[in-house]
Design a protein around this ligand. Structure first.
Ligand SMILES: Cc1cc2nc3c(=O)[nH]c(=O)nc-3n(C[C@H](O)[C@H](O)[C@H](O)COP(=O)(O)OP(=O)(O)OC[C@H]3O[C@@H](n4cnc5c(N)ncnc54)[C@H](O)[C@@H]3O)c2cc1C
Length: 557
């Protein structure tokens, strides 16, 4: 935590230095002592401290300063730090003015200059004031703050990225400036350019990032975006359950392991509000919790986790070279693809334009709190949609599930169907699909078509969460590994057709169970052709793949 500040202001340099010296000597280990030679200079410091969300414990201000008197300065400064204690430094002749100021500017104390010795004339006063201040003062939030508009897609992406990467942050909605003094004073302090470019991310050191890209944000939020080594035994692309399991097993068995994840470790599972069928967790656990635990475990074994997107693979003899979107490159002997699947897009007018502004893919848990007392629409009939509906039902007034089929039985686990039916504020509309989304700068209504009645109804809606299946995103590997017509990657037995090994395969063995048509490139989890799309199976495949990696590495030269 940044130390609270003692700010002293005096236009007499000698006096200023003396106060600073005395303050540092006694309070320097617990407080930061800052000084300014004039009121305007001090106001600049005060504004900057407010933007950084630092605290000021005490102002020690000279009353007689040219340009701006101590009282004038305080009347401005206390609007930003109303809890700070105020000490006015006066000459003997000013005492009447000082006494008057006690009422005007809420001065806690006035001190006559000079105060020597400080042990008698300065410290006892300050000790008492600091004791009071500490007792009443709530600790300030010192992490990243995001100031933006709820309906901005960029705001949503930033919040989602920080939350899923477990970076603590505070969301400040500009729309609440009238009722929230923190938002209001921040909005007043930021410059015009900042306010024109919302969302603005304010870092603990006061640096502002205007509408940052996720790569930029990752770099400033302390996430690693580049590999520390040029070469690894094992590189894993994708940090979902399958990639994380491979990372834990690989590193724990002595492989120099790097894992590259473009969004946040946890993958799809990280978005699950409650996983109830994972072995060993009888009352379920959230995907975020599972991801957090796995990341801690992986790091403990020395896995290097990089926040970046893999965009290209090249083969150079025994080396597999991986290019990242930020331009960095790394090489490895064994490469494991665990890139899972991404949400399929809903193709209806208005949906693309309003994505991030009321329309979200997946459960978007960062938005859940904001749906309090609203109607929420969830599109989809699989487990993910069911879990999302259960989750939102805790906040929203009503959750309407729009299911294309006439039943959930074929697509959803029975335990979840039972939970949905037992939740009074969840309504399930069968045979229904969203055919249009409406709204200027955010979602305001949706049109729902019912195949049974053949009618289309337009209903008001501010939140639409879409979970209509998923597809692999493997085009970047198209010229390297063999894929099926949907883009899922073939492995092991699927590669041997009519008793023939894959084209170009030169080894005198068949591709291993989780190996692709390129020796040393493995595939696990949802992205693998024929995989069972579950957390446990991804974890299983990720762990098992490491034994194939060992076998491969034992022969690689
Ligand atoms: C909302 C929801 C709820 C679910 N609930 C359950 C449940 O209760 N029980 C259950 O068993 N299963 C559940 N599932 C399914 C389960 O989450 C998936 O089967 C599992 O996450 C698949 O793991 P994976 O590691 O193969 O891929 P994913 O989880 O999809 O992870 C892949 C990761 O790779 C990253 N990535 C992709 N391309 C790149 C690239 N080029 N460079 C870098 N990184 C890349 C992605 O960002 C992603 O993080 C749920 C899924 C969802 C969406």
């Amino acid at each position: 935590m940044a130390k609270p500040v003692l700010l002293t202001v005096d236009d007499d340099r000698e006096v200023l230095r003396a106060i600073e010296r005395d303050l540092r000597r006694k309070y320097g280990s617990d407080y930061r002592v800052l000084r300014a030679g004039s009121g305007p200079e001090a106001l600049e410091i005060v504004r900057e401290l407010k933007i950084r969300n630092n605290s000021i414990a005490v102002f020690l201000i000279d009353q007689r300063m040219p340009g701006m008197s101590g009282i004038d300065f305080l009347s401005h400064a206390i609007t930003l730090f109303p809890d700070a204690k105020r000490v006015l430094l006066t000459a003997y002749a000013d005492t009447d003015a000082a006494i008057a100021a006690i009422n005007e500017a809420g001065i806690n104390h006035y001190l006559l200059k000079p105060w020597d010795p400080p042990e008698e004339n300065l410290y006892p006063v300050l000790d008492e004031l600091l004791e009071d201040w500490e007792a009443a003062f709530p600790p300030q939030f010192e992490g990243i703050r995001v100031l933006g508009n709820r309906w901005s897609p960029v705001s949503h992406n930033i919040k989602d990225f920080l939350a899923r990467n477990h970076v603590p942050y505070r969301w400040l909605d500009i729309e609440t400036a009238a009722s929230d003094s923190e938002v209001r004073s921040l909005a007043e302090l930021l410059d015009e350019e900042d306010m024109r470019s919302l969302p603005v991310v304010i870092l603990p050191n006061g640096e502002r990032l205007r509408q940052p890209s996720l790569v930029d944000l990752a770099e400033h939020a302390g996430l690693r975006t580049r590999a520390t080594e040029a070469f690894y035994d094992l590189a894993i692309v994708g940090g979902g359950p399958a990639g994380l399991a491979a990372a834990v097993y690989g590193a724990s068995e002595g492989l120099r392991t790097v894992m590259i994840e473009r969004e946040a470790p946890g993958g799809q599972a990280g978005m699950s509000s409650r996983i109830e069928n994972y072995l060993g967790f009888p009352s379920g656990l959230t995907g975020a919790d599972l991801a957090r635990r796995a990341v801690v475990q992986a790091r403990r074994f020395g896995v290097e986790i990089i926040s970046a997107e893999a965009t290209e693979v090249r083969i150079d003899g025994p080396y597999r070279l991986l290019k990242l979107a930020n331009g960095a490159e790394l090489s490895c002997h064994a490469l494991l693809v665990a890139t899972g699947v991404q949400w399929r897009k809903l193709d209806a007018p208005g949906v693309e334009r309003l994505t991030g502004a009321g329309i979200y893919y997946g459960a978007a848990m960062t938005e859940a709190m904001l749906t309090r007392d609203e109607d929420v629409y969830v599109v989809g009939g699989a487990n993910s949609a069911g879990q999302a509906a259960m989750y939102f039902s805790r906040y929203a007034r009503r959750v309407v599930m729009l299911v294309r089929g006439s039943s959930l039985a074929a697509s959803m686990s029975q335990y979840l169907i039972n939970q949905l039916k037992a939740t009074p504020n969840i309504q399930i509309e069968y045979n229904s699909s969203v055919v249009a989304a409406h709204g200027e700068d955010h979602l305001e209504a949706i049109s729902i078509y019912c195949v049974e009645t053949k009618e289309t109804n337009k209903v008001p809606a501010n939140s639409l969460f879409i979970m209509i299946g998923a597809a692999p995103n493997t085009d970047w590997l198209a010229n390297i590994v063999e894929r099926d017509e949907l883009g899922f990657i073939y492995s092991g037995p699927h590669l041997t057709r009519d008793g023939k090994r894959p084209n170009g395969w030169k080894l005198d063995r068949d591709p291993g169970l989780l190996e692709t048509n390129v020796p040393g490139i493995f595939v696990v989890g949802d992205v693998r052709h024929g995989s069972v799309k579950r957390v446990a199976s991804g974890v299983g495949e990720g762990s098992v793949a490491i034994s194939f990696v060992h076998q491969y590495l034992s022969k690689v030269v």
